[in-house]
Design a protein. Structure first.
Length: 488
């Protein structure tokens, strides 16, 4: 008993210690992300909006050089969207609205507005500095352009290591745990008089086993299957969720002016903002927006680099579009909550991870169907996030080593984390993931700010060819860009 108390005390000490340092690391990360988004927005002439008209032609273009080892631009978009659009877009948004206020949604929009430019820059760089992998496909990401463009092998390896810890263990454990907890409503429904709680029942074990089997199949298969699975699930998942949100808004059409007024009033409540800045609607909204769309974090470029395309800017445009998809899903979640009576009942109360509020709002709109749909949505969001997160981590394992033994060991540990995550309370893992993500994002953003000239040069080359009515093709030697061996 004493040993157990000692262990609990030790865990709490770690959580308390992390709680002391993460506000500082988060503040540095948030400031850098804001600076980076604004910098690239003006440097590129707001490319995230200016080039939107090119998105659909890029997504549907065919490259005759492709093989089964390559993924298409559309599949790369779906992998990155699978990671961006996760459980955080459902439960995380509702949690932000209850803790920060309705105005958190406004600040999410602002960060997405500028964040698209950061997403463009990091994915363009990932394409420029990608490498061939052992199967004939491509691999790349921040670790590669930090080493090749900035000449720092140490920081490239540091970034790769931190990303693996954050995505394969921290985030995938959290996705597994949150998805498992979504079934609590069914456990309570079928066992109304049970003295055994959901966490102590056999349900989490069964759910964890099913998830682990799925993870084993995906993680040990060829990486192009990840793109194919994501390209099937993600569009259906996002469109269905957005459609139900639109219907919910139309059902409450008369509330639109009051909801918009509530969002703006909360967003610009400067007395509350400056009275408690760290927990204010502005900071909560910005952080949630950044954590949701991941623009500038350094994750999506790992998928962007794998796509077969004729010019790096094409993937930059596609990945900035992914941020727009994410913000539409976030807005759908926000409106589902804000247009419901459930929001008024839950506001200011402890809603845990935000799941109860979303489930109650969906029950209010659609009855029993709403509960079933949101559970299915949560499962699909979690599965696609598991896939996208693993893909990012796998790419960075390949950066650190070509050893098949190490890769298989990593896969086994990543699958094990899915089961472990489904069984445990991951408060400590959240804290560790926040810390590692801050280090990861800060490393990436600093490199982005140092490589603005290369991004701008590459974009100008693309625009020049477009104006000449050509299908843009990239030549690194023509632009005097070194260490871009896939474009020589």
């Amino acid at each position: 008993m004493g040993e157990q108390n000692l262990n609990i005390s030790f865990s709490e000490k770690i959580i308390n210690y992390l709680g002391y340092i993460t506000p500082y690391t988060d503040t540095i990360m948030v400031i850098l992300l804001i600076v980076c988004g604004i910098y690239y927005s003006f440097l590129t002439g707001f490319v995230q909006f200016r080039m939107l008209k090119s998105v659909f032609s890029i997504l549907t273009e065919r490259n005759g050089e492709g093989s089964k080892e390559h993924i298409s631009p559309f599949q790369a978009l779906m992998i990155s969207t699978a990671s961006r659009v996760g459980i955080g877009n459902i439960a995380g948004i509702s949690y932000a609205l209850t803790t920060g206020g309705a105005g958190a949604l406004f600040w999410m929009w602002i960060m997405a507005f500028f964040g698209g430019a950061s997403a463009f820059a990091e994915s363009t760089l990932a394409q420029i500095y990608k490498s061939k992998d052992e199967t004939g496909g491509f691999k790349g990401g921040p670790a590669y352009y930090i080493r090749k463009a900035l000449g720092s092998h140490f920081f490239g390896s540091f970034f790769a290591f931190i990303l693996i810890i954050t995505y394969a263990y921290g985030f995938n454990g959290l996705q597994s745990q949150t998805m498992t907890s979504a079934f609590k409503v069914y456990y309570d429904m079928f066992n109304p008089n049970s003295t055994t709680g959901f966490a102590s029942s056999y349900w989490p074990i069964v759910i964890g086993i099913v998830l682990t089997i799925f993870g084993s199949w995906m993680f040990f298969s060829h990486h192009t299957k990840i793109g194919k699975i994501s390209s099937l699930i993600v569009p259906f998942m996002a469109m269905a969720y957005i459609l139900l949100a639109i219907i919910a808004v139309l059902m409450n059409f008369d509330k639109i002016p009051s909801v918009i007024h509530m969002v703006l009033l909360s967003a610009f409540d400067f007395k509350a903002i400056f009275g408690g800045f760290a927990g204010s609607v502005l900071v909560i909204g910005i952080k949630r927006g950044l954590f949701s769309n991941e623009a500038g974090m350094g994750s999506a470029p790992n998928a962007a680099a794998a796509a077969l395309t004729s010019h790096p800017v094409k993937q930059g445009i596609i990945q900035s579009f992914s941020v727009l998809i994410d913000v539409v899903v976030c807005t759908s979640s926000g409106f589902l909550v804000l247009f419901s009576m459930a929001y008024l009942n839950f506001h200011g109360s402890n809603v845990g991870d935000g799941m109860p509020l979303v489930q109650e709002a969906m029950r209010e709109y659609y009855g029993g169907f709403g509960i079933h749909f949101v559970t299915i949505a949560i499962v699909l969001f979690a599965i696609t996030s598991l896939i996208g997160n693993y893909y990012y981590a796998q790419t960075n394992v390949k950066y650190l080593t070509n050893s098949k033994f190490v890769m298989n060991l990593f896969r086994v540990s990543a699958v094990a984390m899915i089961f472990v995550g489904s069984q445990m309370n991951l408060k400590l893992a959240w804290s560790l993931a926040d810390l590692t993500m801050a280090f990861m994002a800060t490393t990436n953003i600093i490199s982005l700010l140092l490589l603005g000239a290369i991004v701008n040069k590459t974009l100008k080359d693309f625009n020049t060819q477009q104006k000449a009515k050509k299908d843009p093709h990239f030549s690194a030697s023509k632009l005097n860009i070194k260490n871009a061996e896939c474009w020589s």
